[in-house]
Design a protein around this ligand. Structure first.
Ligand code: GLV
Length: 388
């Protein structure tokens, strides 16, 4: 037995982690039932308890995404793993992907696509707006891409993109429609089959109110045809042909691929159970109504929104521009230290230009909206005073 230790063990101190009201663009607080689910026993990745939970998840994802597709499952990893999966499975190296770009996630898609030698073409618009279909059609005609990538809800800008009719438009030009629903799913209406979406990914730490670490994905028949006939190999970890066998998407294939995290499986199943119980239309309406109330309160306190058009504002994440002279980092710190509420500053194109406030999932209540609006008003006042 070797006894010579060259690197001594570090001492890991106990550190207190303060529980906050998480009202940034995510993660948000989690359902109490999800906290409980996370402590369920760890089991082998090849046993009935696991398979039954995966089946519950797949059926509930059919509901969540509103799709009858067989190819629905969840990727081990944060939302980025879902992004990397849909892109690399649907688009081959040297093929063209048009990226409708208005926030940081579209820039991430560009970065990922370029790493796989995909001919990625960004089509950029101002950060506080959304795309109109005429301009998208011009781009589709010009580039004839294999796929169009677009973000539904954008947490960096606080915008929501209209999608109805976009699938049909993409299909007219032979393109697949790939959609990021990380911060919209569950909080904003999304109808995969009805809107002709071909590949979609989501994540758990936003309106689903779970911990980050597992990313639901779904693929249309059209996308499955592309995947089944592809000549290229996506990364092994994200290969949905192999993952479909592990998740038993087509029946009778409980093949081992990698060891899924049991706590994440239990957590995702429980998040979906919370939504199934409430039903999607009710949960969408809750987010709509609570945010409407929150925006009214913010307006009463004199706050200004980053996104000018009401119909472009996202129900789950609000972006607010502070009056001249205020520092965003100081504002966020003051909220945390004085109210125990965590909101975020801008990210990507909104860095240093906006606050980002998320009222979603378990936090989508009038009480939380009021508490955050009042804390923001108090912070505005306190910081004015201190700067006088
Ligand atoms: C993360 O998703 C963020 O919007 O900050």
């Amino acid at each position: 037995l070797a006894t010579k230790i060259l690197v001594p063990a570090p001492k890991i101190e106990e550190r207190k982690i303060t529980e906050l009201l998480l009202c940034g663009p995510g993660p948000c607080n989690i359902w109490p039932s999800v906290t409980e689910a996370l402590t369920k026993p760890i089991v082998s990745p090849i046993c009935d308890e696991y398979y039954n939970a995966m089946e519950d998840i797949r059926l509930s994802l059919n509901y969540l995404f509103q799709t009858k597709s067989k190819l629905v499952l969840a990727i081990s990893g944060s939302g980025h793993s879902g992004m990397e999966t849909v892109i690399t499975n649907c688009v081959a190296p040297t093929e063209t992907m048009l990226i409708a770009t208005r926030g940081i996630w579209d820039e991430r898609a560009l970065n990922i696509a370029q790493r796989y030698n995909i001919n990625a073409i960004p089509y950029r618009i101002p950060l506080d707006s959304t795309f109109d279909f005429e301009n998208i059609e011009t781009q589709l005609k010009k580039w004839r891409p294999t796929a169009l990538f677009i973000t539904h809800g954008d947490s960096s800008t606080g915008t929501v993109q209209k999608l109805e009719g976009l699938g049909e438009l993409c299909h007219k030009y032979g393109a697949l429609l790939i959609v990021d629903t990380v911060v919209s799913i569950g909080g904003v209406p999304f109808l995969m089959d009805e809107w002709g979406v071909d590949a979609v990914y989501a994540s758990t730490q936003k309106a689903l109110s779970g911990p980050a670490g597992i990313s639901p994905v779904a693929f249309s028949e059209r996308a499955q045809e592309k995947i089944n006939n592809r000549k290229h190999q996506p990364p092994f970890y994200f290969d949905v042909k192999l993952l479909a066998q592990q998740w038993n998407c087509y029946g009778n294939t409980r093949a081992y691929h990698h060891t899924l995290s049991a706590p994440m499986i239990w957590a995702l199943r429980q998040c979906l159970k919370e939504i199934n119980k409430r039903t999607l239309p009710v949960f969408w309406k809750t987010h709509h109504d609570v945010t409407k109330h929150f925006h009214k309160r913010l307006q009463q306190y004199g706050f200004k929104f980053l996104v000018p058009k009401v119909e472009d504002r996202l129900a789950t994440v609000t972006t607010v521009v502070l009056p001249r002279g205020y520092d965003y980092t100081t504002f966020v710190r003051h909220m945390r230290e004085n109210y125990n509420i965590l909101i975020f500053g801008g990210l990507g194109p909104t860095a240093g230009k906006a606050l980002r406030i998320g009222i979603m999932g378990v936090n989508a209540t009038i009480e939380v909206a009021d508490a955050v609006a009042e804390a923001m008003a108090g912070t505005l006042k306190a910081l004015t005073k201190s700067s006088l």
